[in-house]
Design a protein around this ligand. Structure first.
Ligand code: ZN
Length: 184
């Protein structure tokens, strides 16, 4: 079965201790687990999508500007992948892996106003593995759109994290009970 790994917002701003909107330790703890998923998908030649927020601080119409401090700004260090996840993806790109796609998203969901659905359908992918942060925000909204678009969803629970532990726990239950995801 064709499947895709979607790595959501594992960037400096969301993970580093001095990131602009950081999950801190909770996010740092899942670093190697995500690296291992990337290695597995790369080894199998499966599709890997790096879905990162992109924001413009001066966009007064963007709803997140009222909710959160500026983060993942275009061309900033905050938008780069974090730590060993960055190293792993950099080395795959250096070895000209052609199954890695960098997707800019402007909303929580990686599907919102992007070409993600088309890219998955083109490749006959019907199962998506979601990893990254935050479990109860961008991972959740991506999972909801995956569900609405009839993709099967797998959430490796040691590969998602949030700055909100209650939200994290709630979302894990929601994935399984309401979005029919496999939480593994
Ligand atoms: Zn954002």
């Amino acid at each position: 079965m064709n499947k895709a790994l979607i790595v959501i917002d594992y960037t400096y701003d969301f993970i580093a201790s001095d990131g602009a909107l950081t999950c801190g330790e909770a996010g740092q703890k899942i670093e190697m687990n995500i690296v291992n998923q990337i290695k597995k998908f790369a080894h199998e030649g499966q599709y890997i999508v790096i879905a990162n927020d992109i924001h413009n601080e001066k966009d007064i119409y963007h709803p997140e500007n009222k909710l959160f401090p500026p983060h993942n700004l275009k061309d900033s260090k905050g938008r780069e992948l974090y730590g060993k996840v960055k190293n792993e993806i950099d080395s795959l790109v250096l070895n000209s892996a052609n199954n890695i796609y960098f997707l800019d998203k402007t909303r929580y969901s990686a599907f919102a106003a992007t070409d993600l659905t088309l890219r998955l359908r083109e490749r006959k992918i019907n199962e998506v593995y979601l990893v990254g942060v935050c479990t109860d925000i961008c991972v959740l909204h991506t999972a909801m759109d995956a569900y609405n678009n009839s993709f099967d969803i797998v959430i490796p629970k040691d590969c998602v994290a949030s700055f909100n532990q209650i939200g994290h726990d709630w979302a894990l239950a929601h994935f399984q009970n309401t979005l029919a995801a496999k939480v593994i």
